[in-house]
Design a protein around this ligand. Structure first.
Ligand SMILES: [Cu+2]
Length: 138
């Protein structure tokens, strides 16, 4: 009963928002593809990686592009592309850009400072807008 009464309220904003978020729809499909690649390579879902939060790098995107994690979390970026290499530069960290991760390779970074942390892929942020954000909660 409660569920049905909430349904109209949820539906209306979703329908209204649809044109503005067409890009997000593409992103969702792309990230689903990235996850399929991940499972092909590693044989498990990315959410099953132990002790880390996985973000895939695929077709010039980070998937998901925005995550929220508790302080002390290690993020593991996994390149599930077939050819392209990517890097990670966490802008506010004072750390240099990572080495390139080639297909099936990973980059890890542990977030010790709370707050929003922008990061980017060195070779592709400017031309392909390959950027992401980790919100670190205290
Ligand atoms: Cu890249």
């Amino acid at each position: 009963m409660i569920r049905t009464s909430f349904l109209p309220a949820l539906l209306v904003p979703a329908v209204l928002a649809l044109p503005a978020f067409a890009g997000d729809e593409d992103q969702t499909a792309l990230c689903a593809e990235a996850e399929e690649r991940y499972v092909e390579i590693f044989g498990t879902a990315s959410t099953e990686a132990e002790g880390v939060t996985v973000v895939t790098m695929y077709k010039y995107n980070f998937c998901p592009a925005e995550i929220t994690v508790p302080v002390g979390t290690t993020v593991r970026w996994v390149n599930v592309d077939k050819r392209t290499s990517h890097s990670v530069l966490v802008k506010g960290s004072g750390q240099p850009e990572s080495d390139r991760a080639f297909p099936e390779e990973v980059i890890e970074f542990t977030f010790l400072e709370p707050g929003p942390q922008d990061y980017l892929c060195g070779p592709h942020w400017e031309t392909q807008n390959m950027i992401g954000m980790v919100t670190v909660e205290p």
